[in-house]
Design a protein around this ligand. Sequence first.
Ligand SMILES: Nc1ncnc2c1ncn2[C@@H]1O[C@H](COP(=O)(O)OP(=O)(O)OP(=O)(O)O)[C@@H](O)[C@H]1O
Ligand SMILES: [Mg+2]
Length: 260
Amino acid sequence: MTVISIANASGSAGKTTLGVTLAALIAQSGITCDLVDFDPQGNATHWAGVDVTAGQPTIADVLEAEIGTVNLTAARHTTAIPGLRVVPVNRDRMEGIELRLSRLTGAEQLLRIALESDDDPAQVTIIDCPGSLGLLTVSALVASEKMLTVTAPGMKELGGLPLIAKTLDKVRKVYRPGLTLAGVVPSIIPPRSAGRHYTDALEQLQGQWTDKVAPAVRRAVRVPESYAAREPLPLYDPTAPVTDDYRQVLTWLTAQGALA
Ligand SMILES: Nc1ncnc2c1ncn2[C@@H]1O[C@H](COP(=O)(O)OP(=O)(O)OP(=O)(O)O)[C@@H](O)[C@H]1O
Ligand SMILES: [Mg+2]
């Protein structure tokens, strides 16, 4: 089982889009994949078409219940894509969770413990983190072998990458020596005609992060459409050029050994 966190220091970078799309593509390739929604906004849960009804356990229950009493199996939902399951968020249950968790001993270890004691793990687990480097993101990294990050092609966005790299470094030193950066995925790339700033930023990214830079994902209206339809891109429009961009990212990650 491989656990990959998708994390970034800022919001609206394209994390959830990458997480949901990669998870769907991985499942379609015949590798079972769990998508753990770790963002109180619940965007991955919504996108995957999962509705949580009252009383059903969610990721908050897995974290906050007495250790071992609510396991991931109780919280999992199947989806329209065979092989893809979701551990969902319920927004109401997640409200204030970081503050509550911060009062628990070993809070940053709770997700790792839940994953390690999971009796029905998928081959790959993807964790969609919130757009900040708080306790949730740290505990996702503690539970992961790999971290993937995402950036839009702007100088401001690139400026946030050292922050997430520093967090990764800290988690590696304190909790998880094997944690590695799987890659940086340039996302929401406008067409060349949109201006030199974007091409300059992409070049700068490649100069700084060299072989860690994944193939780029173009900007396409298919993405928000697919979210609105509550169908992951590979289901909503399997032949769209942007879906192919994500396929290239998956091929690149596989070649790097990130799924192994
Ligand atoms: N390739 C793309 N083309 C066009 N729009 C995109 C693309 N990728 C993401 N978006 C849009 O950009 C917005 C942010 O994307 P997303 O939700 O994936 O980011 P995020 O990093 O998960 O944000 P948050 O930190 O709020 O969770 C969304 O409205 C999404 O539809
Ligand atoms: Mg998100």
